[in-house]
Design a protein around this ligand. Structure first.
Ligand code: G4P
Length: 178
């Protein structure tokens, strides 16, 4: 137990340092680290997940995509399994946005069970955030398109976790997408 807590705390600290200068796109400019911590909290508090690799991957899921963190660095600190999970949940930001978004839909069903859990919780957090407020610079049209796209990703992740999927469905029903 002590080792698990040590590793989880090391991971939260690592992500907090990496995301330290980043803010969310909401009006309050919430610190970015609230997002990965919130994704991990959805997994533990709502979905009852206590699997350490899943929780570490959820905390680290945006470090490579959005900061200077490398996959080698992730492996050095957290091992090859966590590296693989973070690879699975990382978009290639060098690709054009439409290709990147299409790849998420396409790759969802091919992901490991652990990566699927992170992807579902990540979408749930972002969609709830989108219901709460419109990110800076976004139009209503962009918000609507994001909901439609996210549903396409989630539809390819189904059969992974009933609690997360039912919470996501609640969001989609509110948006009249179901
Ligand atoms: N709802 C919401 N999202 C915010 C906010 N601040 C930052 N984001 C991030 O914006 C991304 C969605 O915006 P997009 O325009 O679709 O994507 P992009 O940033 O990758 O180009 C999500 O990241 P992502 O890693 O691209 O996730 P995903 O969309 O690929 O699942 C989300 O985490 C906020 O205040 N509200």
């Amino acid at each position: 137990m002590e080792e698990v807590l040590k590793m989880y705390t090391k991971c939260v600290n690592f992500a907090a340092v990496k995301h330290k200068d980043q803010r969310r796109k909401d009006q309050e400019q919430t610190p970015y680290i609230n997002h990965p911590i919130g994704v991990a909290y959805i997994l533990t508090a709502e979905a009852g997940i206590s699997d350490l690799p899943v929780l570490l991957a959820s905390i680290l899921h945006d470090t490579v995509e959005d900061t200077d963190t490398t996959f080698d660095e992730i492996e050095q600190h957290f091992g090859s399994h966590i590296r693989k999970l973070v690879e699975e949940v990382t978009d290639d930001k060098t690709l054009p946005k439409d290709v990147r978004k299409a790849k998420q839909i396409e790759n969802a069903s091919k992901s490991s069970h652990e990566a699927k859990l992170v992807k579902l919780a990540d979408k749930l957090y972002n969609l709830r955030d989108l219901q709460r407020c419109l990110p800076k610079g976004w139009t209503e049209k962009r918000r609507k398109e994001y909901f439609i796209w996210a549903k396409a990703v989630v539809d390819n992740l189904r059969g992974t976790n009933a609690i997360l999927e039912s919470s996501l469905d609640k969001v989609f029903r509110k948006q009249h997408l179901m």
